[in-house]
Design a protein around this ligand. Sequence first.
Ligand code: AMP
Length: 216
Amino acid sequence: MLNLLIMGKPGAGKGTQAAKLLKFYHLTHISTGDIYRREMKKGSDLGRLAQEYMKKGELVPDDITNNIVEEVLNQKKYPHGFMLDGYPRTRSQAEALDRILSDLGIKLNAVINVHVSDKVLLERMAGRRVCPNCGETYHLRSHPPVKEGICDVCMTPLIQREDDLEKSVLNRLNIYNRLTKPLLDYYREKGLLLVINGEGSAQSIFKELVTRLGDY
Ligand code: AMP
């Protein structure tokens, strides 16, 4: 059983690494961002509440998020272990997680931080485009569509995700630097932190991660 936590600034590519690790180690994915997006799609009260924070790039209040994670972890649907993604994001969430895990008698094996500089991040995020119809993603520089502004797959005009707009991106980065970055020290002190350079190719980053996780 491998219990991981993956962290990284918004746009660091932690989603890509998370997907690869999940498949490789057969882990259960626990992503608070995905949970909120699902609730938004369903139009539930929780989804509507979360949307107010998400569209501004702000964090949903800690007690709401902690309760959701506690509920999911208590269900114990992770036969090979889990990967927490996008949680915790604040000191109080990290402390809540410690309590939840200790109540369940479970330990984290490692906390992965995918590190990318702010400059590279802003460039990556500003160029991101997504198809609102089929979900295909593009990047103006590294992966542009054949016809400018149009989805290659279904010919729908591309959009920027609301939380990829520059103002929101900067807001999310500021929040990360202020609230989430201190968690790196929190986990370093516990001897759990594994920092990986996120500026290389997705495949080489993944290979290095698996090699280093081999020690756990
Ligand atoms: P993500 O996909 O992880 O970037 O999450 C998208 C948005 O969902 C964030 O910008 C927050 O508004 C909200 N969210 C996700 N995870 C958390 C969390 N751990 N605490 C508070 N808000 C969160």
